[in-house]
Design a protein around this ligand. Structure first.
Ligand SMILES: Cc1cc2nc3c(=O)[nH]c(=O)nc-3n(C[C@H](O)[C@H](O)[C@H](O)COP(=O)(O)OP(=O)(O)OC[C@H]3O[C@@H](n4cnc5c(N)ncnc54)[C@H](O)[C@@H]3O)c2cc1C
Length: 385
């Protein structure tokens, strides 16, 4: 749903220009420093990028799903590190509060996330709970007016720099699986909470990912999200269902950028006295990229509109994430091919970096295999109803 076409067009055109004027020229700098420079973060905050999906009454823009997707398609047409810097606040790092927080919790935390003053993150995955996140072992024990949390979270995007952590822990020690899990908001500085430095990773330099360690970490009972124990896994699923559509858009933006770069290269690089785009085998690679990008875009927008209409999108959200992440991998591979040696050599094009950066899309927020299983499960469920 688009509420105001003029306002949205202005936002999209601002983001479009920002990506070309600020993000692209600084991509190498971000990769070399392994961080998005402070002045660029401040610029993104001043432009309101951190608050896209947070409701207006808490300082955000309150974008609908369709508006958020259109924004994400623009913002992600550059190095993944930029949108990862704001992306936890516009996605998994705020959504548990938006979906299920109490009014008091929303007033306390959301304005800081919307302005970019605080960075959020979602701490679900653990060493023994990856694809099966319901296997978490972190515990939260009630003690007077607080909960005492113990456990270890791994692979958490923005953990090394985060200020607010959405932490999932088992409040019912006798429970197994999804039941008995609760969600908490934990502030940096709470005694017993620490984070590791960022990992060394295959790609996405500039996007810190690390561990969250909770040792005898005493969190006020008021920080139990929604004030209700045992519904944390339902909250996580609400967050992830929306995020699957969002992430699908964030997979499509880099594919659009890689195709742009490949088109530039194919029309300027000459072999046998002709631009390589004249060779039909090269043109076919480009045509397949464009076709799949269009298919992903249409699928994601249709699903976003359905979500805004309040329809059940559990099946479509999984299809979006699965298709768009795999599609982006195929586009990256073809782009390397179109560039030839210059696609493999980092000194000669950014394609080598994109190729490594986008590999993650098929792994996090549900691996492709988990989405395949879910697509069949949801299809059978729908057929039965
Ligand atoms: C850079 C990065 C950032 C991340 N950010 C976050 C974050 O911000 N917050 C967060 O909570 N988590 C985050 N994650 C964790 C991510 O969601 C998990 O890595 C992912 O869910 C897969 O879990 P796993 O790594 O334990 O792999 P595993 O679950 O061990 O899977 C290994 C392989 O087995 C397959 N497999 C597993 N179970 C099945 C099954 N039932 N059927 C078929 N195949 C199966 C998988 O598809 C995969 O191929 C991040 C991960 C990375 C690498």
């Amino acid at each position: 749903m688009i509420r105001d076409n003029d306002k949205l067009d202005a936002l999209l055109s601002e983001v479009h220009d920002w990506v070309r004027e600020v993000a692209h020229p600084n991509e190498d700098r971000v990769a070399e420093a392994d961080e998005v420079p402070a002045e660029i973060v401040a610029d993104m905050a001043a432009r309101g990028f951190f608050g896209w999906s947070i409701p207006e009454e808490y300082g955000g823009l309150g974008l609908t799903t369709e508006e958020l997707i259109l924004g994400a398609l623009e913002l992600s047409q550059c190095s993944v590190a930029y949108r990862a810097r704001v992306g936890t606040n516009t996605g998994i790092g705020s959504e548990a509060l938006v979906a299920d927080g109490t009014e008091e919790q929303k007033r306390r935390f959301l304005p800081r996330l919307a302005s970019g003053e605080a960075t959020g993150c979602l701490s679900l995955t653990e060493p023994n709970a990856g694809s099966d996140a319901s296997n978490i072992e972190t515990t939260a024990r009630r003690d007077g007016d607080a909960y005492v949390i113990d456990g270890r979270k791994c692979y958490i995007t923005n953990a090394p720099i985060a200020d607010l952590f959405t932490v999932f822990a088992r409040t019912d020690p006798d429970s197994t699986g999804a039941r008995g899990v609760s969600a908490f908001i934990v502030e940096r500085g709470t005694p017993g909470l620490s984070t590791s430095p960022g990992y060394r990773m295959m790609g996405q330099a500039g996007s810190p990912v690390g561990e969250v360690i909770l040792e005898n970490c005493r969190v006020p009972a008021d920080n139990l999200i929604g004030g209700v124990e045992g519904v944390g896994f339902k909250t996580a699923m609400k967050v992830l269902n929306k995020q699957r559509i969002h992430l699908a858009a964030l997979c499509t933006g880099p594919a659009i950028r890689m195709l742009d770069l490949a088109l530039d290269h194919a029309t300027t690089r000459q072999q046998s006295g002709r631009p390589i785009v004249d060779f039909q085998l090269v043109a076919a690679l480009l045509a397949d990229c464009q076709t799949e990008i269009h298919a992903a875009r249409a699928l994601i927008l249709e699903t976003a509109r359905a979500r805004d209409e309040g329809r059940d999108i559990a099946l479509e959200a999984s299809i979006c994430k699965y298709f768009a992440s795999e599609m982006c991998g195929r586009v990256a591979d073809r782009a390397v091919q179109v560039f030839g040696g210059a696609g493999y050599v980092a000194n000669h094009s950014p394609i080598e970096r994109y190729y490594r950066d986008v590999r993650l899309f098929r792994i996090y927020e549900g691996t492709s295999q988990i989405h395949q299983l879910n697509i069949v499960k949801q299809t059978l469920r729908r057929r039965a109803s």
